[in-house]
Design a protein around this ligand. Sequence first.
Ligand code: TYD
Ligand code: MG
Length: 461
Amino acid sequence: MAKPKQVFYCVECGNETIKWQGRCPACGAWNSIVEHAERPARDSKSGGGSAPPGGAPKAPVRISELDGEDERRISTGIGELDRVLGGGAVEGSLILIGGAPGIGKSTLLLQFCGRLSKRKKILYVSGEESARQLKLRARRLGAEDGELYILGETSLGNILSAAEESRPDVLIIDSIQTVCNEGLDASPGSVVQVKDCTLAFMRLAKDTGITIFIVGHINKEGAIAGPKVLEHMVDCVLYFEGDGGGGYRIVRAAKNRFGSTNEIGVFEMGGGGLKEVPNPSEALLSGRPAGAAGSCICCVMEGARPILAEIQALIAPTSFNVPRRNSNGLDYNRAMLLLAVLEKRGGLKLSASDAYINVVGGLQVDEPAADLAAILAIASSVTDRPVDARLAAIGEVGLTGELRSVTSLEQRLAEAARLGFSACIIPRGNRNKYAAPQGLKIIEASNISEALSYSIGAYRK
Ligand code: TYD
Ligand code: MG
């Protein structure tokens, strides 16, 4: 008789090994590898620890014969959130909201409960805050009325039966890392638990048509499993980004089975919770110092939306052996590359200077189209000549100092014109045709030297 296969796996990260080891080679946890006859959360046939058996085999159906009714969507009552979801949450879908602790996930969900509870029945399951804490917060956010039910529970079985009994339209799980299936011998927040519980909620959403929002904390230390391990299981993944301080909070769709991932929602945290910022460019540009050196405006595409952002640079002679370099909002390696290009191709001496680069408003700019604005901001700081406040710069910078084409140029130019800019530097011969908006002077430059001589005039070679 064939010997049954032994399975060893790590209860922390789910990694499989062929033999027992003291330390998991994947996640580095000590004493976390166990032998298991039946692996509850990883068994693809049963589809999870609490999965029912597969059932009768199904026959394939021709696609044209399938029911093609449009999905029904629930408007969350928060315009920016609806936009990211692709026009509201699809009924019966599972939506994961990830983000660092304290970024505002619970706040956003409670606010949305406040708007929605007048039309829909909502069950808010919180394993993190007591019902009293939630009540106090809901009062501050004006979310006290309507069909909003609170349940302080962490047991998966109890949550599922509460949801099946009360049949809400929307179920909120805050957070998935606190939910625990007692049938598994893994601690709450471990990959095995988090995956198994999410699978159970997925099944609940598909069987009952309840729309489920799951909160997942991103945690840097890796002690609890993050939302990344769940991305493939859910219908929609939204990430909350921002610097956590007074800056803007951006909700970005990383995956959406019912819409595009091209949209972002911008919020601002204040005394009354999160406030929508329907016009981010205007907000990001407000309070800009007039005539100060070391600042330039770029236009980046956040999904389908053009956003104007200010890039600032501070270049000062260093008092260290090795100059200090710091970049906030712009990728560090990209910033170092731009400094090197400016030194070699722009003829500015930077190797003995400290360089600090910052994108205002906590925005994360990861598009090469912002290169030129960063270069101009740095050069402006070195030469102490301000870039005209009504000039924007768009273009990718190559290693030989050349300016390269960018996508969606027309939308970017239109946004600059809308916000009252009078001129914009763009790469010469941008490969996409564009129509210049009225009132915006277009300056074509083929390399950074041309762009520099236009924006900050004659500079030290
Ligand atoms: P929270 O929504 O609990 O974050 P998460 O659920 O993502 O862990 O809290 C977000 C932070 O926002 C919290 O530290 C306090 C702050 N905050 C405000 O500034 N104003 C408010 O009205 C609320 C409710 C929270
Ligand atoms: Mg919370």
